[in-house]
Design a protein around this ligand. Structure first.
Ligand code: SAH
Length: 251
């Protein structure tokens, strides 16, 4: 049996209770060493075999799983944040299906949720944005043209950029060209929820300068949008004048 487990965004106590239990029961753990906080491995039991997938190919990962399965062992494949976001999990699922190996998935706190907590912000503010775009800048990994930053920027929704910290020059230009104003609030969150977390607030016009001046190249999220400004409307949900299924309006 293979359990794909979301490790959470960094802090060791941000893994789910289920994820921590699965880790503690695993005979073999394959973790994404480039991103997962290694302190999470303290949940594993004595004698657990540990592999760092940042030094492995898909084929090598599958080989380790195959051997563990043949020996009747339980494997945890530990991915950073939530496995469904840039986790390269689908190709692993499909290989396991071909081999007839059973697997399941335990979700995790994605780094974009960790970053919202660090920023103490809400991505979906009434009258500001009701949409969160999760994307990345095209670099060595291409992005479909219809999802170009310029095309997505037209919406001026809350935008969260993964895997883009080393590409901020072109990112800034594309976000501006797509329609976000120069003074749009931006936050760059480095290692959200890790002990060494750092938060940088700037505007779209100063994004590239902020990232380069602070030497940020990876493990950071860039959050763009007026959700980090100070104008918004109150929610209807908690408005005394608004009747809901659970509460009568009092005004
Ligand atoms: N599955 C992960 C994302 C993996 S892609 C998740 O759900 O969070 C790797 C990228 O995620 C990094 O380049 C960075 O942009 C972002 N990232 C991962 N952990 C982060 C953290 N703790 N703080 C800020 N960004 C993080």
């Amino acid at each position: 049996m293979v359990h794909f487990v979301g490790a959470g965004s960094g802090a060791v106590d941000l893994i789910t209770i289920r994820g921590a239990r699965l880790l503690s029961e695993a005979d073999t753990v394959i973790y994404a060493g480039s991103l997962v906080n290694p302190d999470l491995l303290s949940y594993t039991k004595e004698g657990c075999e540990i592999y760092d997938s940042s030094k492995m190919t898909l084929e090598q990962v599958i080989e380790v799983i195959k051997k563990a399965e043949a020996a009747g062992k339980v494997t945890v494949r530990l991915h950073t944040g939530d496995p469904s976001i840039y986790g390269a999990v689908r190709e692993q699922f499909d290989e396991l299906v071909k081999l007839g190996i059973e697997y399941d998935v335990c979700p995790g706190v994605s780094s974009f949720c960790g970053a919202a907590a660090s920023l103490k912000t809400e991505y979906t503010l009434p009258d500001v944005s009701q949409t969160v775009i999760i994307t990345r800048t095209a670099g060595r990994t291409p992005v479909p043209e219809r999802e170009s930053i310029r095309a997505l920027a037209v919406h001026q929704a809350t935008m969260i950029l993964f895997l883009s910290t080393s590409l901020t020059k072109v990112l800034q230009a594309d976000l501006l060209a797509g329609g976000y104003p120069d003074d749009t609030p931006v936050a760059v969150v480095y290692k959200a929820t890790w002990p060494e977390e750092k938060v940088f607030r700037c505007t779209l016009g100063t994004l590239h300068a902020t990232v380069t001046e602070n030497g940020l190249t990876k493990t950071a999220l860039i959050i763009v949008g007026d959700c980090m400004g100070d104008k918004y409307l109150r929610s209807k949900l908690y408005d005394p004048g608004f009747t809901t299924e659970y509460r009568e309006a009092t005004e």
